[in-house]
Design a protein around this ligand. Structure first.
Ligand SMILES: O=C1O[C@H](COP(=O)(O)O)[C@@H](O)[C@H](O)[C@H]1O
Length: 305
């Protein structure tokens, strides 16, 4: 199994700024083609943990992430008429900020977006810990998404009830094919699941050594003992994450470098395996968006050009 390492950097930043401001769909398409060629030229292969994009700065990471999401949205709307995207909380939402700016705020077909959460804290939607509130304040209130397409949890229920209710909502949307279904697992097949990762290697609310990592039957489950506050959360299970068409893990900062190393590198069977390492889409594509500090402990000797 192989993975691609892409030291991602805009060498023609003036050109990129011009395009971000004035891009027509045609120019944007051409610009993406140029970037693809740059990436192919810089990419190398390693033991497969997906494609790894390493960025010089948070600004470049944010632009690349916005491009990536916009491209997947365009492809999904073309193919299925809708784009079913699951968000996470934490630093991810701030890194998606470029989607609120030109050209994405105008070129993305926001009316076709259906929003879900890969995990949510069981708190009121107005609470500072709410992943919904974070996304609403940072993204959803700034772009023309249709309110009825935003599927957040019912915050008046217990964690267990909220997980069951959320799974029921997703089941209805699978029936109407707003969310596709995986031919392999019978799980929902989201067009894109966006994950962050904690310094302990947790993704969504799948924490190290937690029994929830073994859940194979439920689509959405709950925990009441999260090692990171708040304790009560709902989360997509690994089978759902690994059934997605695309999964992106967005990680920044040197406090996460060790977890990135353990999640991506070929570390051998005796090493600790963080939950992020269990993100292995069955048929979908996995992309890591890293900044340099987060990538600083990756074993470059495993890369081959
Ligand atoms: O608690 C959570 O943490 C992770 C990671 O957050 P970050 O701020 O370190 O990026 C996040 O992805 C998850 O959705 C959230 O509930």
């Amino acid at each position: 199994m192989q993975y691609d390492i892409i030291p991602y950097s805009y060498q023609s930043s003036t050109f990129a700024s011009f395009l971000r401001l004035f891009a027509t769909p045609l120019l944007l398409h051409r610009y993406r083609a140029v970037k693809l060629i740059e990436r192919m030229a810089l990419s190398g292969a390693c033991k497969n943990r997906g494609e790894v994009r390493i960025h010089e700065s948070l600004d470049e990471l944010s632009t690349d992430l916005a491009d990536y999401i916009a491209e997947l949205s365009e492809a999904s709307v073309k193919e299925r008429g809708v784009f079913a995207i699951a968000l996470s909380g934490g630093s991810l939402v701030g890194l998606m900020r470029k989607l609120c700016d030109a050209p994405y705020n105008k070129t993305v077909d926001w009316a076709k977006w259906y929003i879900f959460w890969a995990d949510e804290r069981v708190v009121a939607k107005t609470h500072a810990d709410s992943n919904y509130k974070l996304a609403k304040d940072g993204l959803l209130s700034k772009v023309p998404i249709i309110p009825s397409h935003v599927h957040s949890i019912n915050d008046s229920m217990t964690a267990e009830e909220a997980a069951d209710d959320y799974e029921f909502v997703i089941r209805q949307l699978v029936k109407t094919r707003v969310v596709s279904v995986s031919e392999i697992s019978d799980c929902p097949k989201f067009d894109l699941i966006l994950l962050g990762m904690g310094p302990d290697g947790h993704v969504a609310s799948l924490f190290p050594n937690h029994s929830v990592l073994n859940e194979r039957d439920e689509w959405v489950t709950f925990i009441t003992d999260s090692s990171k506050p708040p304790p009560e959360r709902i989360t997509f299970t690994l089978p759902v994450i690994n059934s997605a068409s695309n999964v992106a893990v967005v990680v920044t900062g040197d406090s996460k470098a060790e977890a990135v190393h353990l999640a991506i590198d070929d570390v051998g069977p005796d090493s600790l395996s963080p939950p992020a390492r269990m993100v292995q889409p069955m048929k979908g594509k996995l992309v890591w968006f890293l900044d340099k500090p987060a990538a600083s402990k990756l074993d470059r000797s495993q890369f081959s050009e």
